[in-house]
Design a binder for this molecule. Structure first.
Ligand code: DMJ
Length: 654
């Protein structure tokens, strides 16, 4: 490979250089008489000549302190010659040899001995020469693309270091925090609704207080065994529940709790560790949670931590295509993909769910690097050929090509589509590329994946190389809200159609809840083998406090005000209270069809970030977090729409 790689570099340039010099020299000799050299002699002469030139230049340029050498060698002026032990050797094995030599001489001869100094300097010339040759050889063995990538990585490292320093030295740009529209209140006039809203706040208190009591500072709570729960998704980063809960605490006006969470972030949230994390999870929960808390409260500490973490995530993008790795060691900057992912691929729902947070990181740091990264992902995806207009879930970051043709609006694909729509909305409807990609994608999804069951339930199946698996995940249920949220801007007069589609998905997902014993839905439900909206496999019957169904109810409520969505949301509240609430918090269930609760003993952080927040909003007035002003990231964290009139941020260099 290196040989093949070198030939395009060398052939045209090599022949050009050889021809030019040879012709020039030869021509000169010819004119001087019959003693003209033969071609081989010319070549040998040329080689000797260039070796000599290289040696001379090497002596001048590669010697760390050539002035000392010159003064020592040419003028025998001892003051310039320091005792050998004072000098620093260059890198590499030869440097150690030279240092050894110097040390030995230091023992033998007196400091300032000119002969020793000369020998020392020559050793250094040799050593630097060899290093330069080694590096040149290594570079020449690389493919042109690799060389280009190395240069880019170097440049980026410098940019990242500068950015880290800026964060460290509190040099982030001033941000124009436009007046926050509807960040609190939304108290309903109707007393019965108010009471329901209060009940949800009480649930948040129960979840928070128990986390605080039994798992403070850990990622999540084990509500049955009453201890901390750690997921490998966050490596050693701690405090997922605290960061995920911040904005929910804020909008529920749980001020004391918000303050204690802020103090914990300030004193304990630490990213300087040797930890391998999921780039996606850390982004949606930590970066998203911190940015959201910053916008709501205006507290600088949240912005600082968000940018600091964003910088840590940047090495994940060091792949040939710029499609990031799924997993990253935030200390070493080494990334890799999930071992189970088809052909070492990155996952669509993971690398496609960074856009919103990274656009805000650029805004909040005054540095375009974050936006550049996600815009490159966009470009790669936009340029790729899509089978039937669909986006497969697996993409190889080395080749920049799709791997396995598996398409899903649930796990592995879901939030990529959500982020296309929300990128368009968050840009104040200026990101037309995102809009087009979103509407093209959902058109293809409708054609190839959306089906109706025999009894009229609309569902979204999964597509595997052209064949449908008639299964829908709990995760897929978010799509009802997504279709409805985008409906207003739908092309070809399809607004009503997409609103209707959202309503149908909401109904199907409600059915998946209603057909269980506990009235909370399973992880996945099927439409085959004579069943509709029911889980048939034991390993798909669990419920882990996920939000997607109530998320869709929230959007449908806001966009239609059909009271059935409040009714369905309340059913979910009652079911959570009856089956998931335990003394030590809220727990997921292993089987939603089983008459006796079997707890999974995890209070997921997204229960506080998402499930309880969406429920609270359903029982609030619409002026709490109006949808025209706020975008919910996929973890329900709040990102303000970046108004097209927003002042450009200046980097404060002082
Ligand atoms: C959350 O972390 C996010 O909603 C994500 O998009 C999907 N999975 C969980 C909740 O189910």
């Amino acid at each position: 490979m290196p040989v093949g790689g070198l030939s395009p570099l060398f052939s045209p340039a090599g022949s050009g250089l050889g021809g030019g010099l040879g012709g020039g020299l030869g021509g000169g000799r010819k004119g001087s008489g019959p003693a003209a050299f033969r071609l081989t002699e010319k070549f040998v002469l040329l080689l000797v000549f260039s070796a000599f030139i290289t040696l001379c230049f090497g002596a001048i340029f590669f010697l760390p302190d050539s002035s000392k050498l010159l003064s020592g060698v040419l003028f025998h002026s001892s003051p310039a010659l320091q005792p050998p032990a004072d000098r620093k050797p260059g890198p590499g094995a030869r440097a150690e040899d030279a240092a050894d030599g110097r040390a030995r001489r230091g023992e033998e001869g007196a400091p300032g001995d000119p002969a020793a100094a000369l020998e020392d300097n020559l050793a250094r010339i040799r050593e630097n020469h060899e290093r330069a040759l080694r590096e040149a050889k290594e570079t020449l063995q690389k493919l042109p693309e690799e060389i280009q990538r190395d240069i880019l990585m170097e440049k980026e490292k410098v940019a990242q270091d500068q950015l880290s320093n800026r964060v460290g030295f509190k040099m982030l740009p001033p941000v124009d925090l436009a007046p926050l529209v509807g960040a609190i209140d939304g108290e309903p006039a109707d007393a019965a609704i108010r009471e329901k809203r209060e009940k949800i706040k009480e649930m948040m208190k129960h979840a928070w207080n128990n986390y605080k009591r039994y798992a403070w500072g850990k990622n999540e709570l084990k509500p049955v065994s009453k201890g901390g729960h750690s997921s490998s998704l966050f490596g050693n980063i701690q405090g997922a529940t605290i960061v995920d809960a911040l904005d929910t605490l804020f909008i529920m006006k749980m001020k004391d709790e918000f303050e204690e969470a802020k103090a914990w972030v300030d004193e304990n949230l630490n990213f300087n560790m040797n930890a391998e994390v999921s780039v996606f999870e850390v982004n949606i929960r930590f970066v998203g949670g911190l940015i959201s808390a910053y916008y709501l409260s205006g507290e600088e500490i949240f912005r600082k931590k968000a940018v600091e973490l964003g910088v840590k995530l940047l090495p994940a993008f060091h792949t040939p295509s710029g499609i990031p790795w799924a997993l990253l060691n935030i200390k070493s900057g080494i990334g890799r993909n999930w071992p189970w992912a088809s052909g070492g691929s990155s996952i669509l729902a993971e690398f496609g769910t960074l856009h919103l947070e990274f656009i805000h990181l650029s805004y909040l740091s005054g540095n375009p690097i974050f936006a550049d990264k996600v815009m490159n992902i966009r470009t790669v995806l936009n340029n790729l050929e899509k089978p039937q207009g669909l986006y497969p879930n697996y993409l190889n970051p080395n080749s920049g090509q799709w791997a396995q043709y598996h398409v899903s609006v649930g796990g592995l694909g879901d939030s990529f589509y959500e982020y296309l729509l929300k990128a368009w909305l968050m840009s104040d409807k200026t990101d037309l590329q995102a809009k087009k990609m979103y509407f093209d994608a959902i058109k293809a999804i409708e054609t190839h994946l959306i089906r109706k069951s025999r009894n009229g339930l609309t569902y979204i199946a999964e597509w595997k190389g052209g064949l449908l698996e008639h299964k829908m995940g709990h995760l897929t249920c978010f799509a009802g809200g997504m279709f409805a949220l985008g409906a207003d801007d739908a092309p070809e007069g399809l607004t009503q159609h997409y609103l209707q589609l959202g309503a149908e998905i909401a109904r199907t997902c409600h059915e998946s809840y209603n057909r269980t014993f506990v009235k909370l839905g399973p992880e996945a439900f099927r439409f085959d083998g004579g069943v509709e909206a029911i889980a048939t496999r034991q390993n798909e019957k669990y419920y882990i406090l996920r939000p997607e169904v109530v998320e869709t109810y929230m959007y449908m409520w806001r966009l239609t005000h059909d009271p059935k969505y409040r009714k369905w949301a309340w059913e979910a509240v009652e079911a959570l209270e009856k089956h998931c609430r335990v003394k030590g918090g809220y727990s997921g269930l292993r089987d939603v069809y089983f008459h006796k609760e079997s707890y999974d003993d995890v209070q997921q952080s997204f229960f506080l970030a998402e499930t309880l927040k969406y429920l609270y909003l359903i029982f609030s007035d619409d002026d709490l977090l109006p949808l025209e002003h706020w975008i919910f990231n996929t973890e329900a964290h709040l990102l303000p729409v970046l108004s097209r009139n927003i002042k450009k941020v200046e980097v404060n260099e002082k």
